[in-house]
Design a protein around this ligand. Sequence first.
Ligand SMILES: Nc1ncnc2c1ncn2[C@@H]1O[C@H](COP(=O)(O)OP(=O)(O)OP(=O)(O)O)[C@@H](O)[C@H]1O
Ligand SMILES: [Mg+2]
Length: 223
Amino acid sequence: MDKILLELKDLTKIYKEGLEKNKVLDKVNLKISAGTFNVFVGPSGSGKSTLLNLIAMLDTATEGEILFEGKNILNLSEKKKAKLRLDKIGFVFQFDGLLPEFSVIENVNMPALIKGKSAKTRALDLLKNLNIDTLASKMPPSLSGGEKQRVAIARSLINNPILVLADEPTGNLDGARKEQVFKDFAALAKEGIAVLMVTHDIKAADYADNCYKIENGKIDLKK
Ligand SMILES: Nc1ncnc2c1ncn2[C@@H]1O[C@H](COP(=O)(O)OP(=O)(O)OP(=O)(O)O)[C@@H](O)[C@H]1O
Ligand SMILES: [Mg+2]
């Protein structure tokens, strides 16, 4: 039996603006197993980022539950949320979010440092695995878009997360580099990490264990 890492139960998100209500997620139910690469596609505005933000505990749900390792994470204190994020979840966002005044290796090591456990050796290993160890001492502004994305992936892994959330991580990459990132995520899943990646690129489905479509508040399995 697959180990369920994450479970969404009747998850609903309604944005209210004045009298207008925008139901972005409508009683969504979904189970994500450890060691799987899950891709989410859907039109612009369909709720993909909303979904990742809820799982990242950066936003509150209108209704429903998100169980992470069997526990509802939506009602945790801010302190517990912060600890859970730092200990178990890695993030890769469309705009890489690297700190320009720190070198590549310092950027990758940053979440470990915040946790109080500098891990430069591991940072270098991660860079090696992604074939960018030669960039370790470079500064982010001197890197290409693809190189920055890979540094951001290395950074997301520094604290050994069991869940990686990636919101259009290949947004500014060309075809070959996109596919390399998809391969990287598929390889991470093989190591036991659950990866959730939002993308507009349908090709990602070729590399994924599961491909979901988000539309009209619902999430349906396509593959
Ligand atoms: N903070 C907010 N307040 C009000 N409405 C919001 C907020 N964030 C998102 N929305 C609305 O919720 C819907 C879903 O937005 P979301 O950002 O999740 O879409 P998306 O699928 O990620 O789109 P894209 O592919 O363009 O990134 C949109 O209609 C958006 O306008
Ligand atoms: Mg989005």
